[in-house]
Design a protein around this ligand. Structure first.
Ligand SMILES: [Zn+2]
Ligand SMILES: [Zn+2]
Length: 274
């Protein structure tokens, strides 16, 4: 297997969940769509919930934890989140019974392994209690996940440098946001350092990495203040201008459709014909 296989089941302010697979197995990042939709999504990928080795939660906002309450009732899969995120989950989902789940608390900036999958967590900048991004490493390949961050710190930039495959937020276009229907307070929240990442900021981040990734999923696109075409063209043109030598395959994620990388499609084809 070359890079990580990635399938973004859903991405955006209405729900987020991503399946990441490597030779060590499969994990889920965020469970922000219904449990039913998660299991149906897995089924379409040829997976069962029991194939998921662990779930990693980025933060407690409902679009990242919506399916968790039912998921932990049905499946005994270890769930990882920061201490602050666990506190936040109890606020977001007041009826959740956390005694049902195998709950793992991640200290900030931790590194650990699950089987042969190496996991690193790092802090992001968002209006949640202790938001987190993740890096996974397996057999020399690296995958990164960062959404829901208003700002990319030098620390996060260092973490993301050298990732081969990256899920990166490209939330909004500031002009569309300013001219759109969102009330001023919400606009301020989104544009703030603890809000969401603008298309151009995502582009500048990629262009500024010493070693840009080979594959980038543009994620958490606003349905009001962005379009898939605009996110892609903005990010692509910044990278092209500033790092013309960088060869990045872009995928634009969607709220409704599953978006898979080439590695996942290739694997699937091989298995159909075997
Ligand atoms: Zn979100
Ligand atoms: Zn959020």
């Amino acid at each position: 297997m070359s890079c990580f296989q990635v399938a973004v089941l859903a991405s955006g302010s209405k729900g987020n969940a991503t399946v990441v697979r490597c030779e060590s197995g499969a994990v889920l990042v965020d469970a922000g769509i219904s449990c039913r939709r998660i299991t149906q999504g897995l089924q379409k990928l040829g997976l069962k919930p029991s194939d998921i080795a662990a779930v990693f939660i980025t933060h407690e906002h409902i679009d990242h934890v919506k399916g968790l309450e039912t998921f932990i009732k049905k499946y005994s899969i270890p769930i990882f989140a920061s201490a602050g995120t666990w506190r936040g989950i109890k606020q977001t989902l007041p009826r959740i019974d956390l005694r049902l789940c195998s709950r793992h608390v991640l200290a900030p900036q931790t590194e650990f392994t699950i089987g042969s999958l190496q996991v690193r967590s790092f802090s992001t900048s968002h209006d949640a209690l202790e938001p987190t991004g993740y890096i996974f490493r397996c057999k020399g390949h690296t995958f990164g996940y960062v959404t829901d961050t208003g700002y990319i710190s030098d620390l996060v930039k260092r973490e993301l440098d050298g990732t081969e495959t990256l899920v990166l937020e490209a939330n909004h276009d500031p002009v569309l946001l300013k001219n759109g229907s969102y009330p001023p307070a919400l606009q301020k929240r989104i544009l703030g350092t603890r809000g969401h990442l603008a298309n151009a900021t995502a582009g500048h981040l990629l262009a500024g990495l010493k070693k840009p990734p080979q594959q980038v999923f543009l994620a958490h696109l606003s349905q009001e203040n962005n379009t898939p075409e605009l996110a892609l063209s903005t990010v692509r043109s910044i990278v092209k201008q500033q790092r013309p030598e960088a060869k990045i395959q872009f995928y634009v994620t969607s709220q409704e459709e599953v978006v898979k990388n080439k590695e996942w499609e290739d694997y699937h084809e091989q298995n159909i014909f075997e």
